[in-house]
Design a protein around this ligand. Sequence first.
Ligand SMILES: NC(=O)c1ccc[n+]([C@@H]2O[C@H](COP(=O)([O-])OP(=O)(O)OC[C@H]3O[C@@H](n4cnc5c(N)ncnc54)[C@H](O)[C@@H]3O)[C@@H](O)[C@H]2O)c1
Length: 440
Amino acid sequence: MDHSRRDFLKKVAVGTAGIAFAGPGLQARNVRNTPGANERVRVAVMGTNSRGAALARSVARSEMGEVAYICDVDERVVEETVQDIQNQQGKKPKGVYDFRRALDDGSLDALIIAAPDHWHTPAGIMALQAGKHVYVEKPCSHNSREGELFIQAQKKYDKVVQMGDQNRSSPVCMQAVQEVRNGIIGRPYYGKAEYARPRKSIGHGREAPVPEWLHYDLWQGPAPRTAYRDNVIHYNWHWFWRWGTGEINNNGIHPIDLMRWVMGIDTYPVLVSSSGGRFHYQDDWEFYDTQLASFTFNDRKMISWEGKSCTGYSASGGSIIYGTEGNMVLTRDSYEIYDLEGNQIKTYKGDIEEATDLQAGGDATDAHIYNLFKSIKNNTPNNSPIDEGHKSNVLCHLGNISQHVGRKLRINPDNGHILGDGEAMQMWGRTYEPGWEPKV
Ligand SMILES: NC(=O)c1ccc[n+]([C@@H]2O[C@H](COP(=O)([O-])OP(=O)(O)OC[C@H]3O[C@@H](n4cnc5c(N)ncnc54)[C@H](O)[C@@H]3O)[C@@H](O)[C@H]2O)c1
């Protein structure tokens, strides 16, 4: 582990990262008691082309976990990540293309899921059924019905299930939450989240032979079968309904979840609306490169999210929380407070480095993995339990549904279900490849 990362984790552990508040998951830890090899949490990482490789490196750095398996349906990726992790942790993980072989290992403690979104809930439920703890990347589900099943399975098998919204383990975000709780901006009523990234066109794909390095049947898994096309794997599956969940679940989820947390919103909304489209390019991309989604809640609060997938220009550079006595501009590593006249009254820059390219991992990711291991080993509260992650994901799924059907949705604030709109509610779940339906 490099020194800056080790120092950061020590500070997080003893609550001296320059913060006045540590969330429930970050109290009274002692990283000096590094566990011996036999006490380490043994994990398998599923899907390591990009984000999964960063998570595997976080595990190797953590000194509390061991990467026991690298699982990927791309044989080239397995080979590369096994080598990378061997270099990091000294011990060589096993490389397998089928993650179910890792779940067969009775000495495995946890599955980390960073495969495409259509795999998240089905693989998570399979891991719980095999008696494993789960870290599931955001979004925790491909659709809202899956999130409900995932929660049921977590309760039934009583294991830790943590979602990969690492802001929840960021000391800066924790301090921002505490500042707002302490009343620095009065009653927060509007959270404005934004995302901008200059993505290129994905063009028009063509049917092609399945590459010899890819186990395409297992890549598809729960999703209904379709012929291989040459502009989907890797990464571009994000923009197709069959496997992906669009930018709102990809990068909207981080600030939307953060807004819910900072503003103390615990219910589902009562109204959801969205406008936007695929405006920048005309290609195979099925979701929206420009989207303005808004969520109104019962207690006089709202959240909006503005996603721009084809430009890097962002006016605010972060999320803004408007309150009755002031406003907060919040980024991953800092926040600023303004009064109602727009005068800056406080700035805070955290002792944290979150890589701007999230796939590279970062301090918040390390802290999140650390919290996962403490939850598994010491019953420390999980900073991002599945039922909280699900609530944020439902907002994102509803934003996509509203955009797709082209109208405002009325929502039951107790469970997030859509009221009086059968066509929209049809999109609450999905159809599966026969035999692959997730069952609790
Ligand atoms: N928390 C974060 O900040 C963050 C950042 C980036 C990505 N993510 C999430 O991580 C997930 C992966 O994203 P990515 O950018 O790495 O995607 P990617 O397409 O680059 O990589 C996915 C990998 O999963 C593998 N895979 C597919 N099916 C598999 C299976 N059945 N078993 C094993 N491996 C399988 C693929 O071969 C590929 O190597 C996404 O859900 C994404 O939303 C989270």
